[in-house]
Write a protein that binds this ligand. Structure first.
Ligand SMILES: Nc1ncnc2c1ncn2[C@@H]1O[C@H](COP(=O)(O)OP(=O)(O)OP(=O)(O)O)[C@@H](O)[C@H]1O
Ligand SMILES: [Mg+2]
Length: 475
């Protein structure tokens, strides 16, 4: 990774900005600390010297030079940090604990900082001092000051500590910023590499998730979910085009060939009519298949989720039953609707109606009882034989789901074929003689999934019960 890359990252820029702000506030804080410690020491020294000057000035005004010299001699015996010097006009020492008059010229504020020597236990020591000096009438010289050696040492300790603190803060902040951006950049690099692979066509590839649960992870997860969706759509599309290619092309070819052969033959108008009628029937079948395929693709695409509304399953069941009652009667069975009132699911009305009619259609078409019920021996043979009943139910389950079921008394589906019949174009051997393309249940399962539900089969003893389970909308 090039450092230049690192400098360009927004994390690094943010880190630097943050560092700048942080350093500024740290410096302000430390300046405050300095003013309160070292600055306080300076002010305290100056105030102490000033107080002493005031005291000596009082002595001088009361008792003149003799009292002043006397006081200075007295104070010099036990001077502590204080420094005194009184000189006569010829420069001779009259009193005080300084040996010589400092040569430094005072600053504009009247203070002077100088070095003086003092004989200590370990020989002569050079020490820092700060003082003010005055000329008294007749040329006498008075100096009052303080030894500031210790204070200077403390001051430089504090200054050093503060400078180090600032330097360390900056260094640590910079290292932290670099580390953070490097880390971040490494992960962004990984995401970039993965997305390039994906763009090159490896749609099964997913972005790496570090597992930290931070924003990058969140982003990765969302993008991965998006990729899942895109992949599912692509697979769905491919399936539809495959299906169209395989399952619509051959019937279309067959139809075309038959028409060609018919044209080559000399036939009566009646015979032509028959061929045309058959062709129309086949074209209808093709259209139905085509529509079913498209509807499955639409359901699988999931884009219909936006158009969902609250739907009452009981209404759909009643509408479908009304539509299918005549068909059922014609094929010798009855529909019994048992729908709880007040149910509500969120869904696409058109698709839900379509799949319920698919299930009822299946029950009528494939669910005829194998042997018609025979009137019992003792019974009157003239009594009407009860028609087989197809039960269509909608009920609410305790766990917040709605179950819609269609149950017949026909031959049923062997349980090992339950999964198989949901696949496209799958029709069981026993249904070869009934019309259909084997797409009805595929649509039911696709629409169930679109609605956040699922379907399952069970044995109706005898017969098949297909149950559609959907999440209920609570009122
Ligand atoms: N109620 C049922 N009883 C017995 N078998 C059934 C029942 N419903 C479906 N099947 C079996 O499952 C197969 C698939 O059903 P599906 O509804 O997908 O297709 P289809 O009814 O044959 O054709 P289409 O619905 O496209 O007109 C059927 O061909 C049939 O063999
Ligand atoms: Mg069907």
């Amino acid at each position: 990774m090039l450092p230049i890359n690192l400098l360009k990252t927004s994390t690094f820029r943010l880190a630097v900005l943050y560092l700048g702000l942080f350093a500024a506030s740290a410096i302000m804080l430390l300046a405050y600390v300095y003013w309160n410690t070292a600055g306080f020491l300076v002010r305290q020294t100056d105030e102490a010297v000033q107080a002493e000057i005031t005291g000596l000035a009082e002595q001088y005004s009361q008792g003149g030079l003799p009292l002043l010299v006397h006081t200075v001699i007295q104070r010099s015996r036990d001077p502590g940090q204080s420094l005194y010097l009184v000189l006569d006009p010829d420069g001779r020492v009259l009193a005080g604990n300084l040996d010589v008059r400092p040569t430094t010229t005072p600053g504009a504020d009247g203070w002077m900082d100088f070095i003086y020597s003092r004989r200590g236990l370990e020989g002569v020591e050079m020490k820092a001092a700060r003082a003010r000096a005055f000329y008294l009438p007749e040329g006498f010289y008075l100096l009052v000051g303080r030894d500031v050696q210790e204070r200077r040492e403390i001051e430089s300790l504090i200054t050093n500590a503060l400078v180090w603190a600032i330097a360390l803060t900056l260094a640590l902040g910079l290292v932290g910023g670099l580390f953070m951006s490097r880390n971040m950049l490494a992960r962004v690099d990984e995401i970039n590499t993965s997305s390039q692979d994906i763009m090159r066509g490896d749609l099964s590839r997913r972005l790496p998730i570090a597992g930290t649960g931070d924003e990058l992870d969140q982003l990765g997860r969302n993008l991965n979910a998006m990729l899942d969706q895109i992949e599912a759509l692509m697979i769905g599309m491919r399936q539809v085009t495959d299906n169209v290619a395989h399952d619509l092309r051959s019937p279309l070819n067959r139809m075309r060939n038959r028409l060609e052969v018919t044209l080559l033959q000399d036939m009566s108008p009646d015979e032509y009519r028959q061929v045309l009628e058959r062709t129309i029937a086949e074209a209808d079948h093709l259209l139905t298949t085509f529509n079913a395929l498209l509807m499955i693709a639409r359901a699988e695409a999931g884009s219909l989720r936006e158009s969902m509304t609250n739907v009452d399953p009981a209404m759909i069941l009643r509408d479908a039953a009304e539509l299918y009652e005549p068909v059922a009667e014609e094929s010798g069975c009855m529909l019994a609707i048992k729908a709880e009132d007040g149910l509500l699911v969120r869904g696409n009305r058109e698709l839900l109606s379509q799949i319920i009619t698919n299930l009822i259609d299946n029950a009528i078409k494939h669910g005829k009882p194998v042997a018609a019920p025979v009137a019992g021996e003792g019974e009157d043979a003239s009594l009407p034989v009860p028609l087989p009943v197809i039960e269509v139910k909608a009920e609410r389950l305790g766990d917040g789901r709605v179950e819609i079921s269609v149950a017949d008394h026909g031959p049923g589906i062997p349980s090992d074929q339950y999964g198989k019949v949901l696949e496209r174009f799958v029709r069981l051997e026993s249904s070869r003689n009934t019309p259909g393309s084997g797409l009805g249940l595929s649509l039911v399962s696709a629409v169930a999934r679109l609605h956040g539900g699922y379907i399952f089969f069970s044995d109706n003893n005898p017969g098949l019960k297909v149950t559609l389970s959907l999440p209920a909308v609570s009122r």
